[in-house]
Design a protein around this ligand. Structure first.
Ligand code: GCO
Length: 265
């Protein structure tokens, strides 16, 4: 009998920051592959409830928990609540993140620290408390949502790049320390995707929009659904011997130096 390596039936996946955008697309992908999805939001119960109802309307088994992933007390309390009310967490997707586009020389230290806290410290906090059960069960999957900025700098996103570069290395160190427990920890590095986070730099005619279209071999912004294959792979049996890797879903942008605006050089 052939085994479906990508089947997530019976698995429970917690996706942080999944009321919208890439987190929501990845959660839908995991749900469509059979997982029970648990989404986290931090801003409003109403937004969380709306998102859960949207998942359920798609026929997915979904639950929502409102907590701030940067607050360790709330994380401990809610992971215990999830594992009591729904079941043990088999897959953790650390997706919650913010960005502040400010030139470094103008950036307040408090803004820099906030980005680091949400984008780098919170994946550590949530993973530290979810991994306890995974270590006991000798099984688990952790996926950290990194970025193009895990590899490249860009004007005005210095704090975000520092956080996402750190998250790449934290992913490798988690793999170093936890792989012996049959836990696979990897990352996904989205390229440039059409989300609310990139909406300000994606409008038609915006120089950055033209730049990304020309700089990306695929010639387009990513669609959030383009991430579903990678997150299902890294959540499934198919990746049981994959550890510490960052899979870049970027339309080829990291593969190339780019080309002159004219000619076919
Ligand atoms: C930006 C963008 C990027 C993308 C993504 C790329 O301002 O450059 O927001 O940071 O959101 O992180 O991987």
């Amino acid at each position: 009998m052939s085994v479906n390596l990508f089947d997530l039936t019976g698995k429970i996946a917690l996706i942080t920051g999944a009321t919208h955008g890439l987190g929501k697309a990845m959660a839908i992908g995991l749900g469509n592959a059979g997982a029970t999805i648990i989404i986290n939001g931090a801003s409003s119960q109403e937004k969380l409830d709306i998102a859960v109802s949207e998942y359920k309307a798609l026929g997915l088994k979904a639950f929502g928990y409102l907590f701030d992933v940067t607050d360790e007390t709330q994380v401990i309390r809610n992971i215990a609540k999830i594992e009591r009310e729904v079941g043990v967490i088999d897959v953790l997707v650390n997706n919650a993140g913010i960005i502040k586009r400010i030139p470094l020389e103008e950036m307040e230290v408090s803004d820099f620290e906030k980005v680091i806290k949400v984008d780098l410290v919170s994946p550590f906090i949530v993973s530290k408390h979810v991994v306890q059960g995974m270590i006991k069960r000798k099984a688990g999957k952790i996926i950290n949502i990194c970025s193009m900025m895990s590899e490249l700098g860009r004007n005005t996103v210095g704090a975000y790049a520092a956080a996402k570069g750190g998250l790449k290395m934290l992913t490798r160190n988690m793999a170093t320390e936890w792989a012996k427990h049959n836990i696979q920890i990897n990352g996904i590095g989205p390229g440039y995707f059409a989300t609310s986070q990139t909406a300000p730099i994606r409008v038609d005619g915006h120089p950055f929009n033209e730049f990304i279209i020309s700089r990306t071999p695929a010639g387009r912004w990513g669609d959030p659904e383009d991430l579903q294959g990678a997150v299902i792979f890294l959540s499934s049996k198919a990746s049981d011997f994959v550890n510490g890797q960052i899979i870049y879903v970027d339309g080829g942008i990291l593969a190339t130096i780019g080309k002159p605006s004219s000619g076919n050089l």
